[in-house]
Design a protein. Structure first.
Length: 276
């Protein structure tokens, strides 16, 4: 696995690269890493695409610094990888918290860098703004997020275990094995405890409404109706309204782990979107 040094602070970040065709950059969720895309990469490689995956700082095999977990630095890390590999005509695919990094990338890095991107796909996105405020009545109370953080600091393994069934929406017969659930819990715990809390707080409190409203590229939005981690009404419903030209798809039985439980459906929808 190759590494590169970020120009911001010299943090070493791990990435993976497969294939040589039109590039797709996969941006992982909070606490997950490149391995979460195991159900997407083979599908797109077999169809001639180049797949690039990043372990964000504090996650997976990347360095675990004590700083740089703010949205702008994480976005700069993503930009550094895209520029390092000189990627063009990119499809950016982001799950959950990764969606904020992609949305901010498009506004923060200007016309020259946006020109590298052809289209974006948001999967179970945390966009546009999760925190309840006077001007964001659709958001969620900050106390909910802070209670989650307190529990993560008290018993992090239990926090993930307690939410696993809802994450996969197993009550809707999504054919999820206990082995898959256990494996994903282990993956979540590979993120550093410090990064786990820092990124969690950032993703909840960052307002991406302006970032989202500025998106002019072709956009695919996919969300599960049964998502308990990021309720669809507080997120993708509103994101689709802010991007009126977007293609918006709801999967009735999907939870937050839509990339795994509904991989075949999502892969097909993403392929059709890229080809269109």
């Amino acid at each position: 696995m190759p590494f590169f040094e970020t120009p911001t602070d010299g943090t070493l970040l791990a990435y993976e690269e497969y294939g040589s065709g039109e590039p797709i950059v996969f941006v992982a969720s909070w606490v997950l890493n490149a391995d979460m895309w195991e159900y997407q990469v083979p599908f797109f490689l077999e169809r001639g695409f180049r797949c690039v995956l990043l372990d964000r700082r504090g996650h997976g095999r990347s360095d675990r610094p004590s700083s740089g977990y703010d949205i702008d630095t994480r976005t700069d890390d993503l930009a550094a990888l895209i520029e390092l590999l000189d990627l063009r005509d990119v499809t950016l695919v982001a799950h959950s918290a990764g969606s904020g990094e992609v949305a901010r990338y498009l506004t923060r890095h200007g016309t020259e860098r946006v020109a590298r991107v052809a289209r974006v796909a948001f999967l179970a996105a945390t966009l546009p703004y999760l925190r309840l405020t006077d001007d964001n009545p659709e958001g969620l109370p900050e106390a909910i997020n802070e209670a989650d953080i307190a529990q993560l600091r008290t018993d992090r393994p239990r926090w993930f275990a307690d939410r696993a069934q809802g994450y996969f929406a197993t009550h809707l017969d999504n054919n999820v094995s206990q082995a898959m659930i256990d494996n994903e819990i282990r993956r979540c715990q590979t993120a550093s405890p410090y990064a786990t809390v820092a990124v969690r707080r950032e993703l909840f409190n960052t307002d991406h409404r302006a970032d989202v409203a500025a998106i002019e590229l072709p956009t695919l939005i996919v969300h599960g109706n049964a998502d308990q981690s990021v309720p669809i009404d507080a997120s993708s419903h509103r994101t689709a309204a802010l991007i009126p030209h977007s293609i918006y798809k709801q999967y009735p039985t999907a939870g937050h782990a839509i990339y795994a439980t509904h991989a075949a459906q999502f892969n097909g929808d993403l392929l059709d979107f890229i080809k269109s």
